[in-house]
Design a protein around this ligand. Structure first.
Ligand SMILES: CC(C)(COP(=O)(O)OP(=O)(O)OC[C@H]1O[C@@H](n2cnc3c(N)ncnc32)[C@H](O)[C@@H]1OP(=O)(O)O)[C@@H](O)C(=O)NCCC(=O)NCCS
Length: 189
């Protein structure tokens, strides 16, 4: 669960940014995002990605709650999150910068397909490659479990989210409709 400052993953600006098996996994490592074209700059933005545990819950929820457009549901309770992490060990990640949680993502699988959710990067830390590092961490961990295809639900009104996923090569499914049913609970279940 610890981060390793000794392991650095570097990504040149302009290199392919789509989530693919060719990208290095940065889970449990630090990454430097170069600011200059084609050059690595030691003053560049730095962050670490590590596995999320239930001890990170409060900080992750605080990040979600202070991010406009991110919905907090009853399903995101501490109890449910603990159960989710227990059922999907090593598949959720946080990004840390200067000791603060500045990004998160959760993922799991049903034995066949992967499901990503709660990708959030703090406003001031965007466009530094954090989301890509988080997503890659999930996809890499899922692939090691034999999961080669994953899904993400994005609210239709979330234009930034839609732009992000489409920019990374994720394909909108127009051939399926997702139906949900609430058996018990309130409006925010
Ligand atoms: C969507 C979000 C997670 C992206 O986080 P991020 O850390 O800024 O993303 P990255 O820096 O890894 O972006 C990598 C690439 O994705 C693309 N991208 C990222 N955000 C984008 C946006 N808003 N519009 C279009 N393309 C975008 C760019 O190509 C970017 O590369 P570049 O910076 O070299 O141009 C962030 O904007 C966010 O937290 N939004 C609010 C929560 C949300 O909507 N989450 C998604 C829910 S499904």
């Amino acid at each position: 669960m610890s981060t390793s400052g000794a392991s650095l993953a570097l990504k040149r600006r302009g290199s392919p940014s789509h989530h693919s098996t060719s990208l290095p996994s940065v889970a449990g490592r630090c990454a430097i995002k170069p600011r200059g074209a084609g050059e690595f700059n030691l003053l560049a933005y730095m962050f670490c990605i590590r596995t999320m545990t239930i001890d990170d819950y409060e900080e992750v929820i605080a990040l979600m709650k202070r991010t406009p457009g991110v919905t907090f549901r009853d399903a995101d309770s501490r109890e449910n999150t603990a159960r989710y992490l227990l059922r999907n060990p090593g598949l959720s990640f946080i990004a840390i910068s200067e000791g603060n949680v500045v990004g998160c993502i959760m993922s799991g699988h049903d034995g066949r397909r992967g499901y990503l959710q709660h990708l959030v990067v703090q406003l001031e830390h965007r466009r530094q490659g954090i989301a890509n590092a988080l997503v890659e961490s999930c996809l890499s961990a899922l692939e090691k479990l034999g999961i080669k295809k994953s899904h993400i639900d994005v609210l239709s009104e979330n234009e930034a989210g839609i732009s992000y996923w489409e920019s990374q090569g994720w394909k909108l499914r127009t051939d399926i409709r997702r139906y949900s049913f609430v058996r018990s609970g309130g409006k925010n279940v």
